[in-house]
Structures are given as C-alpha cells and as structure tokens.
Design a protein around this ligand. Structure first.
Ligand code: 26V
Length: 804
C-alpha cells in the first residue's frame, strides 16, 4: 500500500502521463481520471488471484444475466472496498484537492431503468463482498438511460453520453470476442467483451462484470477497396445496424412493444455470454460438459435473458453433439429465473414470424421445447385443453418468454413474500400447480455499503461509534442499536446527522433550482420511476388537499413540510409525463403563495438516478411507498430509506409488508386496501371512482381543481388526469385509498411533534434494517438456488484482518 507521500507523487506523475498536464492546469475530470487509474493499478493482481483461486478450487460459479446493471459511480466504492480511501483523501487534501469534488466528476453508469437494474448492481457487490464466485453478464450500451431535463415544468429527454470520455473501469478483451449468429440479413455479429472488476469489501475478492459490445466482423471491412458503390452503401447500412445493437438501453420498463431491436439485443447478450462461459469451462475442465450444472449456474434476471435456455440447448446439441434428453436435463438444472413484475403489459412475448426469421435455429428449439412440454401436460391433464393452451410456450401467435423461463429452469422466485405468493396463486398459478417444487421466494435487499456506509458517512460513523464496526460485515448486528433507540444522547446525534444532510440537500436545490427550502421542515420524499401504479398522483392530490385546508384556514396547525419528488417517465408514457407536469405546476403555485407562510414547499428534482438518490435518501424524514397493494413486486428504495432512518408511509405492498413485520406497527405508517381487498375491489366493481368522489367533499374538490381553472395552465392540460381518475374503472384506486392516506399523514404529523418518539422510530428502523441487506438475499440465493460457496484460501481475508 502506498504512503501518503507516495500517493502525492504518483498522482502528479499520472496526471502528466494520462492528460499531459500539471496539477495547476488539470481539470477536475483529469484529476478524477488520474486517481481512478491509480486505483485500477491496485486491482489487477487481486483480480488474477481471485480467478486463479476459483479455478484451482474448482468452484462452482454463478453468472447473473441481466439486460440492465445500474452501477452508478464506482470510484468511491472501489477505494473504500480496497481500504485505500482514507490515505487518498488525505494525500489529495495536501495537494489542495477536495476529494469529494474530484469524485463528483465521474460519470454515473446508468445502464438500467430502475429497480431491476439497481438490484443487479447490489447483487454484484454482495457476491464479491461475501467472497462468492459470481459474475455479471450484460450489454455495454453506448448510451445509458436518457438524462431528464425539466423545461417549463415538462420532461425532456437528452442522451446520456456516459462513454464520451475514457472509461477507466473497463478492460476491452479483444481476444475473447465471440460471434453471434442471426438469420439474414444480419448474419454473424462480433461480440467484444469489456470487463469491469467488481471489488469485494475488505476481502481481496475481485469478480467480473462482463459487458458485451456489438461490432462488425473485420473481414467485411477489409476488402472495401474493391467494392462497388452499391456494395459500399450496403456495408455502411449493415454497419449501422450492427452498431445499433449495443447503442441504446430501452427506456420503457412498463410496456412490452415487441420491438425488433430489443429481441436482437436479448439474443446478442445471451449467445455471447453462454458461448464465452462454455469456452471458459472447456478450457479449464476439459471437453466433457455432462456435469455442467455442477460447475456453473446461469441466473436470468426477469425474462429478458430467457433465451439462455434454447441457446444452451443449441450449443449442447449442435456443437457438443448431445441428444435432446441429456441437453435438457443439463439446461434445466443449470438455469434459474427471477420474476420482477406481475403487471400483464410488461410480460414479454414475441410474434412467431418475427422470432422465427431473426432466430431460425433458436425458434426450432423453442418449438421443440413447446411440443414436449405440451405433451407432458397432456399426460398429466388429459383433455384439459384450456389449461394446456394457457401454459404453452408458443400460443396465440406468440412466443411467451415467462412460460419458457419457467419450463426451462429448476427454480422460479419472486422478490418479496407477497409477490411470491401472488405468482403462485395468480400470475403463474398453473405452473405452480404443475411444478410446485420450483417455486420459492427471495426477498430483495440492497447493499448497506453503498446505501448507508458510503451515502451517509455521518450516520455510519455514529453507528460504528455506538456498536462497533461488526455491522459492516454482518448487517444483522445493526440490532445492537436497539438498546440505544430511546437514549436521549443517541437520538440527539441522530438528529444532528439528519439535519446536516437536510441542509446539504437544501443547498444543492437552492443552487440548482433557486428554490429555498427550510431544513427545519419535514422532508417528505417520493422518488422512483413515475408510474400510474406507484401513485405519485395520489401524493399530488393529498398535497392539493393540504394546501386547500391551509388556504381555508391560514392558522391551521401543521408542521411545515417540504415535498420532494424525483423520477423519470418513459418517453412515450403520456400519463406519467402529465403527472410530472402536475407536480411542477403545484410547485409553482405553492412555492410562490405568500399567504401560507412557507409552511409548504414542493420540488421536483430533475434527472433522478443512483447519484442523486445518494444525496436525497440520507436527507429524508418520510419515505413514500404508496403503490396499489399487489402491484409493486418488492420495491428496494423502501429499504434504502429505512436503513437511513426514514419512516415509511406505505401500503401493504411488496417488501413494505416485511418492513412492517420487522419494525412493528408503531414504527411505520401503513394505510389503505391490502392486496386481497384490491382484488375484490376490482372483481366486484366496488372500485367505481364515482363512489369515493361523491362521498368525500375533499376528493371532489381536488379532482375538480384539475379541470376548473384553479391551476395556472392553459387549456385542458390536466383533463387527461381527471379522465384517468374518473373514467378508468378504478384506475389504481387513488380515490379509494385517499382518505386513509390522509389519516396516515395525520398520524405522522402527530408523531413528529414528539421529538423523543420520532427519533426512536428512526433508530428502530435502522436497527431492524439488517435483513434488507443484499448480503442476506445473496446468501439465500447461493445456498438454496445456485449451490455455490464462498471460496476459501490465503487471499479470502484481507491482510489487515488476518494480522489483527
Ligand atoms: C420491463 C420491461 C418490459 C418491457 C420492455 C422493457 C422493459 C425493461 C425493464 C423491465 C423491468 C420491469 C420490472 C422491474 O423493474 N421490476 C422491479 O424490480 C425490482 C427489483 O426486483 C422491484 O423491487 C420492483 O418492485 C419491480 O417493479
């Protein structure tokens, strides 16, 4: 390890070598790159040692296939996990460089839409930190999720050019390229891997995230000098086709449109990934693949990589010469699948003709899978045509990816208890009846190292000072905080940490949006993708109601509140964009109304992502988790807030249920219909919005205000929201849950008047958050599904620890 003095010298040398500038001339980005590349130097040996250890110990390894990895920034995380952060912060300070400013120059790797992609990133962190042999397999998109700008209150999308400068963390591996075969006119496409090291916390483990990039085969370019103009034009056209494959991340996580390029992307990822895994296995363990499922586990993150199943079948049969039965046995024993949504419109299905012309051989295999699967069902349920049609992998002109994933895997899991139950009793009911042993639950988790230690160093320091550092390796130890929950001294420190972060967030917003917030007010936060089912609209309506009450009675005794929103809407999601516009309009009205004496403020912070979340979550008093019960598979933001001591206002949905079980009813504000009641409501038509509208004067007033000219917009801007609430049968039950939501907020208002009570709740939430660490989740996947074990050996523990 370098001394401070060596760090300073190395840093200046590296600036010169990389950017050709002296310290005085260097931009922040130059400085970031210099430090990042010095950190990179520290990774190589550990990386080689880790993979050597896995090979010599013949460890079974898991490959986590995902079309999304929402990594965020890596510098701080890598420095911290390598144990090098402190020395560098000090060395840079002596050079007159503020480490935080430098770290802020890093682009945020936003290769994902939301929960599913961020979960994949937390899982990689936990795999490495637990010393488990597990790697990610994804796509190196040239452009990440679009950047959101709010212009005149409306969302605009701008490209995310995260790769425009050198990406220090990736290693291009030209020698490990493979070819992916499509039907004409694409033919074979070259897939080049870029490896990103995934560094474990304080354990010398370095795993790999392999991201694939599509390129034109060299030989097509080689002979262009002898081409006719027409051939040349075709080549250029072809080139842009190929490059498009890894150019953009689809920004819609809501609606499956059957887009051609999306299917191309999915097969590209799957085929490149499986080929390179098989090649690796054969190089290490010889040509016999009959015990493949003892050597590797292939996990598919939602159905997007389901083609792993027919692709592995193809390789085992066409390239390795196995028969169907053996190949099928190996494939199903190797593959496992996680479902992340019950919304029917998000379930992937591809028109047969499209699938077949793009992937002729893969289609043949899927067809055979379907025929054999239907024959098996026919044996089991003779004559039950309806059941068989409902379960078929190919039916109604489509290939159904969820059915393929269940039929071709040995494990199917949901991401929270309630969600897993809904899969078994509703969405995948027939599959559960057929093969109940495949089904299980793995409640999501998030890495407490990024979301508590790194995002909230003040709180992390307080925790360590109070109970020691054990919680960093064993998050369940956070329970040791419980005895301090009622301790006045501890509470005071907790309050000070929160206040500091609220001030920092207020400063950030003032700087960015020229809106001044009162850090003494309650920060009430709703940040996540904008979706009807997540009900940002319900939150907006309750703000309108509170504002109405305050206007009616300026003396109304309420605690001042700041409502903070952030989140992206899919570019084509009209209603979601209207919801953003409503929130920004409310902000305009409320923030400028002198008559309410600054008791309410509303802000919509643009461009939500991992980096912004790291700023917002530690500054949050109230965490809004208010989806219609039964619709949010798990939620993971809810866990990040809890870990940082925010109190949840939420429905009994997703992991909120388990958060309630962990903290108890007194430490959370649960409201509204539960999942069963929601189902009944829809089934019986009790969810007619007119009932709630007619019964509750407060609802009527707010809903009418959308269209009666109360809001400063031209024309009928919010008529679509009005129509949605009033004429979509039940919509997402915003109106049915409205009154209960107001009551829950009242309860919170009362709680926050009692300082001791309020900080006790915060402390209990932190203390009980250990089971929502992705370390717990990943340990369960490892033991129950993948059957992998932490590797042992000289490098498994850091030197620092073994000496101690
Ligand atoms: C779905 C689709 C479907 C159409 C094509 C493009 C596309 C892209 C992404 C997705 C993913 C939607 C599923 C998803 O993100 N689910 C979320 O997963 C989280 C992690 O398990 C969970 O916490 C959230 O509740 C769940 O909504």
């Amino acid at each position: 390890m370098l001394t401070k003095q060596q760090c300073k010298e190395a840093f200046q040398k590296r600036l010169l070598a990389l950017a050709g500038v002296s310290l005085d001339e260097a931009t922040l980005y130059n400085k970031y790159t210099a430090l990042a590349s010095l950190v990179r130097d520290q990774i190589g040996q550990r990386w080689v040692d880790t993979s050597c250890r896995y090979s010599t110990q013949k460890q079974k390894q898991v490959y986590y296939f995902s079309v999304e990895f929402l990594l965020g920034r890596l510098l701080d995380n890598n420095l911290r996990n390598l144990g090098l952060r402190d020395v560098w912060v000090e060395a840079l300070a002596e050079l007159g460089i503020d480490y935080t400013e430098l770290a802020d120059a890093e682009h945020d790797a936003g290769l994902g839409n939301g929960g599913l992609g961020r979960l994949a990133a937390c899982f990689l962190d936990s795999l490495a930190s637990l010393g488990l042999p597990g790697h990610g397999c994804g796509i190196r998109y040239t452009y990440g999720l679009f950047k959101q700008a709010i212009v005149d209150g409306i969302q605009m999308e701008k490209p995310d050019t995260w790769l425009k400068d050198l990406n220090i963390w990736e290693y291009r591996k030209t020698n490990k390229a493979v070819f992916v075969q499509f039907g004409s006119p694409l033919g074979a496409v070259k897939a080049v891997p870029y490896d990103i090291p995934v560094i474990g916390y304080d354990n010398n483990t370095v795993n790999t995230l392999r991201l694939w990039s599509a390129e034109v085969r060299d030989e097509l370019i080689a002979n262009y000098s002898s081409m006719t103009p027409d051939d040349f034009r075709k080549l250029l056209e072809y080139k842009s086709w190929v490059e498009a494959i890894s150019q953009i991340l689809y920004p819609d996580d809501r609606y499956e449109e059957g887009r051609h390029l999306r299917l191309v992307q999915e097969y590209f990822l799957v085929s490149a990934g499986v080929q390179s895994i098989i090649r690796h296995i054969k190089s290490k363990q010889g040509d016999d693949l009959s015990s493949l499922s003892d050597q590797v586990a292939l996990h598919i993150n939602d159905t997007h990589p389901s083609l792993v199943i027919p692709e592995l079948m193809r390789i085992l049969m066409d390239e390795e010469g196995m028969g169907w039965e053996q190949a099928w046995e190996i494939t199903t024993n190797t593959v496992s699948y996680t479902n992340h949504t019950v919304l029917p419109e998000a379930l992937e299905k591809w028109p047969i003709s499209q699938f077949q012309s793009l992937l002729p051989r893969i289609y043949e295999i899927v067809n055979e899978i379907n025929e054999r699967f239907c024959a098996e069902l026919w044996q089991r349920y003779p004559g039950d045509w309806d059941r068989i049609a409902a379960m078929a992998v190919i039916a109604d002109g489509y290939v159904k990816m969820a059915h393929l994933a269940v039929a071709g895997s040995h494990s199917v899991n949901g991401v929270a208890q309630l969600h897993s139950t809904i899969l078994q009793t509703d969405l995948l009911k027939l599959f559960y009846q057929h093969t109940p042993y495949k089904f299980n639950n793995k409640t999501n988790g998030v890495t407490h190292r990024r979301w508590l230690l790194a995002a909230n160093p003040g709180l992390a320091g307080l925790i360590t000072d109070t109970i020691g550092p054990d919680w960093l390796h064993r998050p369940a130890s956070l329970e040791k905080l419980l005895p301090y929950a009622g301790d006045a001294g501890f509470q005071q420190k907790l309050a000070a940490v929160r206040q500091y972060r609220k001030q920092a967030l207020a400063k950030f917003i003032l700087h960015k949006d020229q809106i001044s917030l009162d850090p003494q007010s309650i920060f009430d936060v709703h940040v996540k993708r904008i979706h009807a089912y997540k009900r940002q609209l319900l939150n907006a309506l309750r703000i309108m109601e509170l504002y109405n009450r305050l206007k009616d009675n300026p003396q109304l005794a309420i605690l001042p509140r700041t409502f903070i929103f952030a989140g992206k809407a899919a570019p084509g999601y009209f209603l979601a964009k209207k919801i953003i516009q409503l929130i920004t309009t409310l902000a305009k009205v409320i923030n400028h109304d002198q008559s309410i004496q600054n008791k309410l403020k509303v802000v919509f912070i643009e461009n939500y992502g991992v980096t912004l979340a790291e700023q917002i979550i530690p500054a949050t008093d109230i965490s809004e988790q208010i989806s219609t019960a039964g619709k949010e598979a798990s939620g993971t933001g809810n866990m990040k807030f809890m870990m940082n001591g925010a109190i949840t206002v939420g429905t009994l949905d997703g992991a909120n249920v388990e958060i309630r079980d962990a903290v108890g009813d007194d430490n959370i504000a649960i409201f509204g219909l539960n999942a069963e009641q929601v189902t009944v409501c829809y089934q019986t038509g009790q969810c007619n919005p007119l009932t709630a509208y007619n019964q509750d004067e407060r609802i009527r007033r707010c809903v009418n205000q959308l269209i009666d000219g109360s809001l400063p917009v031209l024309g009928d801007e919010f008529k679509p929201l009005y129509d949605y609430l009033m004429h979509t049968n039940g919509a997402f039950l915003e109106l049915q849950d409205f009154a209960a939501y107001l009551d829950a907020q009242e309860k919170i208002d009362r709680l926050f008047r009692d300082d001791a009570g309020r900080w006790q709740v915060a402390a209990v939430n932190i203390a009980r958050s250990g089971c929502f660490s992705s370390d717990r989740t990943i340990s369960q996947y490892a033991a129950d599904i993948w059957h992998i074990r932490p590797s042992t050996g000289p490098a498994a523990r850091s030197k620092k620890k073994t000496r101690a």
